[in-house]
Design a protein around this ligand. Sequence first.
Ligand code: C2E
Ligand code: MG
Ligand code: MG
Ligand code: MG
Length: 286
Amino acid sequence: AAKDGGRAAYRFFIASHNERSLERLELENDLRRAVEGEQLLLYYQPQIGASSGRIAGVEALVRWRHPTRGLVMPDSFIALAENAGLIDAIGHWCLVAACRQLRAWQEQGVPVPRVAVNVSARQLRRWDFAQEVLQVVTQSGIDPAGLELELTESSLADDPEQILAIFSTLRQAGVRVSIDDFGTGYSSLSYLSRYPVDEVKIDRSFVSRLLDDREARSVVRAVILLAHGLGMRTVAEGVETEAQWQVLSDLDCDELQGYLFSKPVPPHQIPLLKGDWQRSESRLPV
Ligand code: C2E
Ligand code: MG
Ligand code: MG
Ligand code: MG
């Protein structure tokens, strides 16, 4: 009986495994057509100056309008795209779309100073990645300083020399570089002094623990001090409450991003945002 049960379980495993790979294969095929089929779109989430209360920039976040599955979020298809060799095409599309959108806002007089685009580790493996970015910047007619690239810590682990060369080409041209999800990777602090970047994004997991976890608060304080010491800006991700805003302001964090201000929205909604946020606690009765 035990043997039968084992065999049954094994068969079940095979079936579900096949189903899953079939679904993955299907999704992968669909994704191949997504770029040409104009099924990708970018949402944008504002990054707010902690002291000004104004939009300092927006982050472009990709979505996939799948013909039958509806709006698919990046966590469900970016890894797939990376493994299927589709991330270069998708990444390029995002870059072009974000730069064009920034240009359009600026022509309409919408006060968006810069756009941040997420870049996968794999994209950095292309020897001509920096040239590709600079070409898109030129063709879209934006100021290079209006573009920021967000890279995760783990992408820095790959090939230090290649990455340093890419960073240096980009930064010499004026494009900014940001480290995303900071604190979740490996030997984080040493990366900061080794790689010349403009901005550090403190991961949401620290922000969410900020109020009731003294250690999280110490880490955030140390990261901000170190970043400032190295001439870098700091952005906190996933700010959801005014209390977190207060603590982050006290710790001297430069910019804030999170649902407290706005979730990611389609581009036409950016001009409709308040654009001038103030903490209610800052107007304490005397
Ligand atoms: P990320 O770059 O760290 O982006 C932040 C994610 O946190 C976004 O999820 C955003 O919607 C979410 N978020 C923002 N504020 C809050 C908040 O206050 N609370 C909570 N709980 N969540 C918040 P999203 O849009 O699902 O993107 C997930 C990840 O997918 C991104 O994480 C990024 O790593 C990746 N991604 C998105 N767009 C692209 C892209 O164009 N290219 C690449 N390579 N990766 C992308
Ligand atoms: Mg940024
Ligand atoms: Mg990001
Ligand atoms: Mg992040």
